[in-house]
Design a protein around this ligand. Structure first.
Ligand SMILES: Cc1cc2nc3c(=O)[nH]c(=O)nc-3n(C[C@H](O)[C@H](O)[C@H](O)COP(=O)(O)OP(=O)(O)OC[C@H]3O[C@@H](n4cnc5c(N)ncnc54)[C@H](O)[C@@H]3O)c2cc1C
Length: 373
């Protein structure tokens, strides 16, 4: 066969669609579980322009465009919630970096970014108590999506262009077969070309080819509340000093504490205790929030803040390791990779810097949404 795509998260499904859109034929996507059942299925779906490097900001611009237009483009239910995004801090050095990142976003034409002082924070989100805060950056036209809606839309569009999908089809090993590849799973499949879109499984999956990636799963413990902050604006709000995250979910909220690595023994009980303690200071009306549901999803953390995208070996390509940003950056990165694979690379954005073989810590994106300092 022509192309085998391994992994049916947002990245794999987008690669499938964009390869077909480039005119490639004979494409099969195989997925170990169900489509969208990896990180994509557990994602908060925040889509923001707020990054600090030109490459990530450009990927965000394209990701925003993908999600805002998906409903129309794919004629499928993909809801865009324009809730906005707010990063806040009381640390002068973080505030300076936020302001610098905002200036870069403006320079790149994304002018809808506001640097707020404490009083302006109160105007935007009156439910936030600003004691100890220096300021924030606010992007009112950022938003959130349900990434599995994007998966369904991409799958529908890819199917209509002839792409085939197989679920419950785990690739146990991948080996060379002549000039192509043999996938060993529930059956044997030979393909001229393989694209590994294996999310946080990629470090293990691609190690046999000499690639040493540090991508790994990190459980993110969150909870969904009962009705809260009725009638109030709730951007995806992150206190960078404590990792406190608050996001709108229907008439309730999603709450979590964002760590780069969970402390030992961490789980929902500890998260909810910490949330109540932090909320007493930062959002007092939420300190006694009624919790409706516990949720946990594995984030694809590790790496250096940029995804790993490009050629692993002759005829073997990869895209994975989004550092928790794949809902927003997966679709545009997949499109860039599909164009490269099909031999028509996008002249307006070079993805060479995302090469999976780059030296460790080559990238410098710091706006990974976790507690700072
Ligand atoms: C709680 C949480 C919150 C998040 N919040 C955000 C956010 O606000 N904004 C944002 O942009 N991103 C967010 N993310 C991150 C985002 O969801 C991921 O970066 C993105 O979904 C990664 O997509 P993917 O396709 O690379 O990986 P995945 O969705 O993990 O897909 C990989 C797929 O490959 C399959 N697979 C692996 N190995 C094999 C094999 N050997 N054979 C066959 N199939 C295989 C897996 O079953 C899986 O379905 C969040 C993630 C979580 C968990």
């Amino acid at each position: 066969m022509g192309t085998a795509i391994i992994g049916g998260g947002i990245a794999g499904c987008a690669v499938a669609y964009y390869l077909a859109a480039e005119g490639e034929t004979d494409i099969l996507l195989v997925e170990a579980g169900e489509l969208g059942s990896g990180s994509t299925g557990g994602s908060f779906g925040g889509v923001r322009q707020q990054f600090s490097t030109p490459l990530e900001i450009e990927l965000s611009r394209r990701g925003l465009e993908f999600w805002r237009s998906a409903e129309r483009v794919f004629d499928a239910p993909v809801t865009w919630h324009a809730n906005g995004y707010l990063f806040m801090t009381g640390q002068p050095e973080i505030m300076a970096k936020l302001a610098e990142a905002a200036a870069l976003q403006r320079e790149m034409g994304l002018t809808d970014v506001h640097v707020l002082d404490a009083e302006q924070i109160r105007e935007v989100v009156p439910w936030v108590a600003t004691d100890g805060l220096l300021g924030a950056t606010h992007t009112p036209n950022d938003g959130r999506v349900t990434p599995t809606e994007g998966v369904a839309a991409l799958v529908k569009a890819a199917r209509s262009r002839g792409v085939r999908f197989r679920e419950q089809w785990e690739v146990r090993s991948l080996e060379r077969a002549g000039s192509g590849w043999r996938l060993n799973g529930p059956a044997l499949i030979e393909a001229e070309r393989v694209v590994a879109c294996t999310g946080y499984w990629s470090s293990e999956f691609l190690r046999p080819f000499g690639l040493e990636l540090t991508v790994r799963p990190m459980p993110l413990y969150s909870a969904i509340s009962g009705p809260a902050l009725a009638g109030q604006r709730v951007p995806l709000t992150i206190d960078l000093d404590t990792g406190l995250l608050i996001e709108r979910e229907a008439d309730g909220l999603v709450i979590a504490i964002l760590y780069e690595d969970n402390p030992p023994g961490y789980g929902h009980a500890r998260m909810l205790e910490e949330f109540a303690e932090l909320a007493r200071v930062r959002a007092p009306s939420l300190a006694d929030l009624r919790i409706a549901r516990h949720v946990v999803g594995n984030v694809d953390v590790g790496g250096d803040g940029h995804p790993y995208v490009g050629s692993v070996d002759d005829g073997l390509w990869m895209v994975a390791g989004f550092g928790g940003h794949g809902a927003m950056h997966g679709p545009p990165v997949a499109e860039l990779l599909a164009k490269t694979i099909a031999g028509h690379p996008d002249p307006s954005l070079d993805i060479a810097a995302l090469n999976p073989w780059r030296p460790k810590d080559a990238a410098t994106e710091w706006m990974v949404a976790t507690k700072k300092g």
